[in-house]
Design a protein around this ligand. Structure first.
Ligand code: CXF
Ligand code: ZN
Length: 382
């Protein structure tokens, strides 16, 4: 990292921070490592030196289609690092603090006030569109040209980030940031689904469709509530093995087994009282509804293409079934992330089991490995 004063008329005005980062130039383009020029943190912003950033399928989805976040831009939204400088009005963190980065929110609207920042009235523009500063005051440039930033209030595939204060969660000086980085999105999304929404109890038969980072986090979280049954469904044997390690009582390999028939068999014909579908597949969502018990609930988290419809058999709903969706585990990062950090420190959250580490230069390889199921959760370590 280098910092040089920008001077006008010989007078020192402000610093530009430079360092390596990954940009995607357009839809379908690979991650490209370039020198980024970062502005000073503005009001409510924080300059963070990244230590690690996890990859999430949302990064790859934007890379593939170049939307809704505009390209060229800097993706990455599971950052972890150390605060270098804070902008005007920042009170919750100070230089030297270790922070995990999650999603941002306004803090003022009714959902934020009620403790549901994932349903912030301005969630989509602040997190998915980014660029909260407006076109004339870009936080990040490449060779003097603005590139889009503030993805999830952070754009963390870079050695430095101008982050939104509300995207940051302070953690203790001893916290291992490289291990904890994925808490910011994937882990809270899965854990929050179980602890904030489905809330399984001892009589529940729970199914989790898809054993990626979100599904496995959900299985771990559900297991702590000790449901009667906890069934993991995936097409990759190693992921089903991990699911068992994290507490699944049963597994179904969807590449070789008849999933509805196995669920019926495992639940004695009752079906699942609670199901969590991470696959973003309409067919899987519909099958989860068909396999739900009388009065059962299916919770959808996967991000499908806009306009995608989920076909639900209407008479099934008359059996008291419910279908709902969730964003970011309906979590308040300031509450849930410290709780998970403490559980990890106590040896109860084996995050390391899901991860493989890569350098920034290996980011495209990490993305390809996640896409092909080589690793559940790649983490870039700077
Ligand atoms: C998603 C959740 C739904 C909208 C876009 C982002 N979460 C995390 O990657
Ligand atoms: Zn994500």
């Amino acid at each position: 990292m280098r910092q040089r004063p920008l001077s006008l008329n010989g007078e020192r005005k402000h610093m530009t921070t430079t360092g390596r980062g990954a940009i995607v130039r357009g839809a379908g383009a690979p991650f490209e490592i370039v020198e980024l020029e970062l502005d000073e943190p503005g009001a409510g912003e924080v300059l963070v030196r990244l230590v690690a950033t996890g990859l999430c399928h949302t990064d790859l989805g934007v890379q593939a289609i170049g939307a809704p976040f505009a390209l060229p831009g800097v993706l990455g939204h599971e950052g972890a690092g150390v605060v270098e400088r804070v902008g005007p009005g920042v009170t919750s963190v100070a230089p030297g603090d270790q922070v995990l980065m999650s999603f941002t929110s306004c803090g003022d609207c009714a959902p934020c006030a009620a403790g549901h920042p994932a349903y912030c009235a301005t969630w989509f523009p602040r997190n998915v569109l980014g660029d909260v500063r407006g076109p004339d005051s870009a936080a990040t440039r490449v060779a003097g040209e603005p590139v889009h930033s503030h993805f999830f209030g952070q754009s963390a595939f870079a050695e430095h980030s101008i982050a939104d204060e509300r995207a940051l969660v302070r953690v203790g000086p001893g916290a291992d940031l490289a291990v904890l980085a994925p808490l910011g999105c994937g882990v809270i999304t899965g854990v929050g689904a179980m602890w904030n929404s489905l809330r399984p109890g001892p009589s529940d038969a729970v199914a989790v469709y898809g054993a990626g980072a979100v599904g496995l986090s959900a299985i771990w979280a559900a297991a702590r509530r000790k449901p009667a049954q906890l069934v993991a469904i995936d097409r990759v044997a190693e992921r089903l093995e991990l699911a068992r390690e994290l507490g699944a009582t049963d597994t179904i390999d969807a590449s070789t087994e008849d999933v509805p028939a196995r669920i019926a068999e495992l639940t004695g014909g009752r079906g699942t009282t609670l199901a969590f579908d991470t696959t973003a597949s309409p067919a899987v969502g519909a099958a989860a509804m068909a396999s739900a018990a009388v009065g059962g609930t299916v919770l959808i988290v996967g991000v499908a293409a806009p306009g995608t419809e989920l076909p639900v058999e209407m008479t099934g709903l008359l059996l008291g079934k419910s279908l709902r969706g969730i964003t970011m585990g309906d979590a308040d990062p300031q509450a849930l992330i410290p709780e998970l950090v403490a559980l990890h420190a106590a040896g109860e959250l084996p995050l390391e089991r899901l991860q493989r580490r890569y350098s920034l230069a290996e980011l495209q390889q990490a993305a390809d490995d996640m896409h092909h199921g080589v690793t559940v959760k790649p983490v870039i370590v700077f």
